[in-house]
Design a protein around this ligand. Structure first.
Ligand code: TXA
Ligand code: MG
Length: 528
């Protein structure tokens, strides 16, 4: 076998025979570029091969932009429809004039500010650009990346490198060399591993062939940044929202690109509602034994208890969110999650690009957080007794042992609690005999904060309910436990009596709380 290139044939998902090749992976440090590696990669491109390389946005799958067959190889490796044009990457501004004709005057100022950088501009193509590269279009998309590895490679390849994102068509764009290898190992000649990219979402695409120029894909260069320099720019209205039946102007934007394996749903509302809704949905899934994923932020992470929860970044810096989005989507593909719930993000600045990619990944599936939240009437249940030392706390602990259809914060309060006190010892002895405990309990005074729209307040005795009503008015959900569950078995007061009295009280509480559990579950709207 020595000296012979390893060559095997196998079938891909479409039953096409594809060529298996050895993919060389070369580490490269952008701060200290190893020229021999760049020369090797440049030669591969010059010969018409494929090299994946880092750019500041996402990893690109490089090919020689002026060789028609190189473009065909690119489409085959990605499994990408060949009507989806490639972006030509250049390293010098002068190179633009070889690729494009009728370049409008504003191009200079845009290039001065944003090149090298995450802006792609579309122009009328020159004769030099093969139709293979432009997917048959008479226009060409051109970008000058800022990553030093990308620049060095472009120069080594002769100045013109076509590069789509280096993922299999239909998967999230790669932000690390490992992502590239996951998708393209064995299908391309080489991967330059320059570590994790900086931005994490693909470049902004601006169509310069129309006036005013039109954003075909939002990215890190925002409409505000463009307008500051050249005045009005328009936005392809098909980009956000699913209402439109028109095809997007960038051919690639019509494909459901960034699709994770799981069903992704974007939960929309104000942030508080989003968190409540996702908690509700993930709790329901947990009860039914369905695996869910949650796209959360540093700020909301602690609120989620069920499912595979991933921190996508901080809301204080949307760049952190952009950088992690594709990685998080890929991670979910590795897990067996069926459904992913994502919080949503403000559609401004970089948020436009984030929401555009998220909406595409979700196939525009959205859920109104408000509507979900409305389905659950109560979220907190507070039992109220005189001193919160026995009956209320026992009822709360009994209720916590039920697996309810919805999640509640259950606790207890007293109307006259002068000092926080540990639980009554006889009450605790009875609870222990039933494998429960009040050991975490400390009696606490009821106060205004316990009154919320979503709180159900259940008094142990009628007199306690009356006191609550006279003190706080009638606007709250205040009932006696007996009244709420429709069972008037009196709850005996065991205070000062022997242990058996606590036992009897416990029996009654168990009966009433079990009715309560049934009633709470019956309040849950049956989902269709
Ligand atoms: O950040 C980026 O732009 C990355 C890195 C590698 O540079 N590249 C990238 O390429 O995202 P790709 O092929 O995944 O996406 C290119 C998008 C597609 O939606 C394509 O339809 C659009 O650009 N496009 C390319 N040429 C076009 C043209 N002449 N007119 C309109 N849209 C074009
Ligand atoms: Mg792509």
């Amino acid at each position: 076998m020595r000296g012979r290139r390893i060559k095997e044939f196998f079938f891909d998902g479409n039953n096409d025979i594809i060529n298996f090749m050895e993919t060389k992976i070369r580490k490269i440090d952008k701060n200290q570029i190893d020229e021999t590696v760049i020369q090797e990669a440049g030669e591969v491109l010059q010969r018409g091969g494929l090299v994946a390389f880092p750019t500041e946005t996402v990893y690109g799958l490089g090919a020689h932009a002026l060789k028609e067959e190189a473009a065909l190889k690119t489409y085959a490796a990605k499994g990408r429809p060949s009507d989806n044009p490639l972006i030509v990457h250049i390293a010098e501004y002068e190179a633009l004039k070889e690729m494009a004709v009728n370049i409008p005057a504003e191009t200079d100022i845009l290039a001065m500010h944003f090149w090298p950088g995450p802006l792609t501009m579309v122009f009328e193509k020159s004769e030099a650009v093969p139709y293979g590269t432009t997917g048959g279009l008479d226009t060409v998309a051109v970008r000058m990346p800022s990553d030093p590895v990308a620049q060095a490679l472009i120069r080594a390849a002769g100045g013109f490198v076509s590069a789509p994102s280096a993922n299999t068509s239909g998967r999230p764009s790669p932000t690390t060399a490992e992502h590239v290898a996951e998708d393209l190992n064995g299908k391309i000649d080489m991967i330059l591993d320059g570590g994790t990219v900086d931005i994490g979402l693909e470049s902004t695409i601006l169509d310069m062939t129309v006036s005013p120029p039109m954003i075909l894909r939002p990215g890190a260069v925002t409409s505000e940044m463009l307008e500051e320099l050249i005045g009005e720019v328009s936005i392809d209205e098909t980009l956000l929202g699913d209402e439109s039946d028109k095809a997007p102007k960038a051919p690639g934007m019509k494909y459901r690109h960034y699709a994770p394996k799981a069903k992704l749903l974007i939960v929309e509302g104000d942030l508080r509602e989003e968190v409540l809704a996702i908690r509700q949905l993930s709790y329901a899934a947990h009860r039914e034994g369905r695996q869910t994923g949650i796209i959360a932020t540093a700020e909301t992470l602690p609120f989620y208890k069920y499912g595979s929860v991933k921190n996508i970044g901080t809301r204080e810096n949307e760049k952190t969110i952009a950088r992690s989005l594709y990685r998080v989507l890929r991670e979910f593909d590795e897990e067996e999650v069926e459904t992913i719930y994502s919080e949503s993000f403000a559609v401004q600045g970089m948020g436009k690009a984030i929401m555009n990619r998220l909406e595409k990944a979700a196939g525009h599936l959205r859920i109104s957080a408000g509507a979900v939240v409305k389905q659950q009437k109560y979220r907190r249940i507070t039992f109220v007794s005189g001193t919160d030392s026995a009956r209320a706390s026992m009822a709360a602990e009994i209720l916590r042992h039920f697996e309810l259809k919805q999640e509640y914060v259950v606790d207890s309060r007293g109307l006259v609690v002068l000092f926080p006190e540990p639980p009554n010892q006889k009450a605790e002895a009875i609870m222990k005999s039933a494998q429960m405990t009040l050991s975490d309990h400390v009696s606490r005074q009821f106060d205004e904060e316990n009154l919320q729209d979503d709180a159900l307040i259940l008094a142990i005795e009628e007199s306690q309910k009356s006191k609550l009503l006279s003190e706080y008015g009638r606007g709250w959900n205040v009932y006696t436990l007996n009244e709420f569950v429709g069972d008037d078995t009196a709850i005996p007061d065991p205070y000062g009596k022997p242990l058996t009295a606590y036992g009897e009280c416990f029996e009654v509480l168990c009966r009433l709380v079990s009715r309560l559990a049934e009633k709470l579950d019956s309040l849950v709207e049956e989902e269709g």
